[in-house]
Design a protein around this ligand. Structure first.
Ligand code: AP5
Ligand code: MG
Length: 217
């Protein structure tokens, strides 16, 4: 299965990606997670990325496209992949099409998570993320067993720097202006599957798997 997840910040891409990647036995590739791992590691890529992610702006295409191209050449993508947070504009979508055409591994589907803006702000302002393994929680909707500690690795939970109110607003603007146009792009290619991203996490996962059933390979 070669799948893309698209949707605004807070739609639940990362949350659903974990379950869908396990269901289809494919690697979950999140460009946001790769940037955050580099920021944490203090790499040159991390320093560059942070100057954009902290403001909610897109990291330049040249950097992001090369990073994804390298990742898609790794051995674990032989049986498919789930891309979360990439592509994020029409140019990235075109570059990805070129990479996959060259490898003769076209996409199976693009899953759009549709959600109202009001819910987005509630989800992002309550999100807490593990500093060590990046697992995602929510203060109200997905509480860890022990306050402030990751259930999976015991790491410390913290708020992402780009989950402040001002940066959330800019991320929504960037999404509307730069990312939303890829939905029409993939619709015209016959790849788009849209589901409502509201309700329980497990309910949304079941909805996604059922909506994708005709696209599986
Ligand atoms: P990225 O990490 O991709 O962030 P994003 O798109 O803003 O999306 P989020 O991770 O904030 O939300 P999500 O949809 O994953 O929601 P989640 O599952 O966590 O990108 C960050 C930055 O990196 C960008 O701003 C940019 O600077 C850069 N970047 C990344 N990719 C790039 C690219 N391709 N090109 C250029 N720059 C790029 O859920 C949110 C919260 O809601 C959690 O607390 C969760 O527990 C909760 N929740 C989830 N589902 C439910 C539910 N059903 N009910 C209740 N709560 C729920
Ligand atoms: Mg995410």
């Amino acid at each position: 299965m070669r799948l893309i997840l698209v949707g605004p910040p807070g739609a639940g891409k990362g949350t659903q990606a974990v379950h869908l990647a396990a269901h289809y036995a494919i690697p979950h590739i999140s460009t946001g997670d790769i940037f955050r791992a580099n920021i944490k590691g203090g790499t040159e890529l991390g320093k560059l990325a942070m100057s954009y992610t902290d403001k909610g702006e897109l990291v330049p295409d040249s950097v992001t496209n090369d990073m994804v191209k390298d990742r898609l050449n790794e051995a674990d993508v032989a049986n498919g992949f789930l891309l979360d947070g990439y592509p994020r504009n029409i140019f990235q979508a075109e570059v990805l099409r070129g990479i996959l055409t060259e490898k003769q591994t076209p996409l199976n589907a693009v899953l759009e998570l549709a959600i109202e803006d009001a819910l987005i702000v509630a989800r992002l302002s309550g999100r807490r993320t593990c500093k060590d393994c990046q697992a995602s929680y929510h203060l109200l909707f997905e509480k860890p067993a022990v306050d402030g500690k990751c259930d999976k690795c015991g790491g410390e939970l913290s708020q992402r720097p780009d989950d402040s109110e001002a940066v959330i607003q800019n991320r929504l603007t960037v999404y509307a202006e730069q990312t939303a146009p890829i939905i029409a792009f993939y619709r015209s290619e016959g790849l788009l599957v849209t589901i409502a991203a509201e309700g329980d996490v497990s309910e949304i996962t079941s909805r996604a798997i059922s909506a994708l059933s005709t696209k599986v390979s």
